[in-house]
Design a protein around this ligand. Structure first.
Ligand code: AMP
Ligand code: MG
Length: 409
């Protein structure tokens, strides 16, 4: 049997192998907002101080610190300055200028007294509880100094980094480009969702699940449709992927024992392909190799297996290609609501929904199986919040056992 010749790999061994075959992609310059969520590929220094001038942190009166002696201070109001305007009236001894938040502090003043702490008497302002000198003022450059390197290559651009780039006048940003991922479905029984399926046909779910995952992981999906189980058609699909300059190819179906020779011959004709038996469930059979140097991941056709394998094996590779350095899974810990028996020594990824307990203040998450764990049951994924990881060596986990759950957000 073909399956007996397949090397058995752990999840980590397969991940490591796949990761070792991909490199960080090239740099591209994109409009600032398109850089959000991506990895910065340049060093960014400030072109000016932020804030550019010393300014008010509150609405109030700009005053001289040395004037604030005694409990009640009376000063003459000599002018006003709003944000975005020049402070053209200096503050002399015994004087104050009305000032708005963000407005430059006038010459002579060093302190702002907020309106709530003042009272007007004609053209005098009475300071009711004068603050210490220097209060409520933001110094120029206190946020960022001109010339300071604010962002380094490798930084992931979250909303706050995007805002910083805008503050520094960057309308464009250099980031690592997104990988183009060609996605091909296989199977005589599989038709595109646009087509009316015959009685024994099914619509192609996998290509769309995988495409949405690729998008989620930062890649650009290229949907190549579905081909019948014929060597020349699979081959043509893969050639199309190369013509469209795919950086990574994902196929689904056609890697189980019955299909072994078909896929093997196609892949080996154009490149190198390894068939693995992974020590996990679902998703035991998988193919991985390269076609003309482009990595190809051959997923099993079962929709649950296809999605979990994309998560476990395509995700880290796509993140590495985009320059991310951390592809660890977001996991939470939860307690099983029912006992689990597994005797096959494989790692199981069980679809679970998560609920919080309200007992006491130490709230805990509880993980409940979303029904039938068959690898074709797509609805069990729709209902799932996560995948509970049952380790290889676990044989019997009683209800209440703590497990790691990979979140399916
Ligand atoms: P295979 O790996 O080709 O033997 O397929 C295993 C199972 O997954 C079969 O029941 C297929 O009908 C199903 N399957 C294969 N490809 C798809 C797909 N693109 N969408 C939904 N189900 C699929
Ligand atoms: Mg098939």
């Amino acid at each position: 049997m073909a399956s007996e010749q397949r090397p058995v790999l752990s999840v980590e061994e397969a991940q490591q192998h796949i990761l070792s075959t991909v490199d960080v992609l090239e740099v591209e310059t994109v409009p600032l907002l398109e850089g959000a969520g991506r990895v910065l590929a340049e060093s960014v220094a400030a072109d000016r101080d932020i804030p550019p001038v010393t300014n008010a942190a509150m609405d109030g009166f700009a005053v001289r610190g040395e004037d604030m002696v005694g409990d009640t201070v009376r000063l003459r109001v000599v002018g006003e300055v709003a944000a975005g305007h020049e402070a053209d009236t200096p503050v002399g001894p015994g004087e104050a200028v009305r000032i708005m938040t963000g407005a430059p502090v006038p010459e002579g003043a060093d302190t702002v007294v907020r309106f709530e702490r003042t009272r007007l008497e004609g053209d005098l302002v009475v300071l009711l509880a004068p603050p210490g000198p220097g209060k409520n003022v933001r110094q120029s450059g206190e946020d960022v100094r001109r010339g300071q390197v604010v962002l380094e290559p490798g930084k992931v651009l979250r909303p706050q980094e995007v805002g910083m780039l805008a503050a520094l006048g960057h309308l464009e940003v250099a980031v690592i480009r997104r990988p183009r991922v060609a996605i091909l479905g296989t199977g005589d029984e599989v038709v595109p969702p646009s087509q009316v399926p015959g009685p024994s046909q099914i619509r192609d779910a996998n290509s769309y699940t995988v495409a949405a995952q690729v998008q989620r992981y930062g890649g650009v999906p290229l949907l190549l449709g579905v081909v019948h189980d014929q060597e020349e058609l699979v081959l043509r699909g893969i050639q199309q992927a190369l013509e469209r300059k795919a950086d990574f190819i994902i196929t689904s179906g056609g890697v189980s024992v019955g299909d072994f020779d078909l896929v093997k011959q196609v892949m080996n004709a154009e490149g190198e392909m390894h068939f693995w038996s992974l020590n996990m469930k679902p998703g035991r059979p998988m193919a991985f190799g390269d076609i003309d140097g482009t990595p190809l991941l051959g997923l099993p056709g079962n929709p649950v297996a296809a999605m979990i394998s994309t998560r476990l094996y395509a995700r880290p590779a796509l993140l590495k290609m985009q320059g991310f350095r951390d592809w660890s899974e977001p996991v939470v810990r939860a307690r099983l609501t029912e006992p689990i028996e597994r005797k096959d020594g494989r790692r199981h990824y069980l679809r679970v929904c998560l609920d919080g307990t309200d007992e006491g203040c130490g709230a805990e998450l509880m993980a409940t199986l979303t029904g039938d764990q068959g690898s074709g049951i797509l609805n069990s994924l729709v209902e799932a919040d996560g995948l509970a990881v049952i380790p290889e060596q676990a044989r019997h986990l009683p209800a209440g056992s703590e497990v790691e759950v990979v979140l399916l957000t």
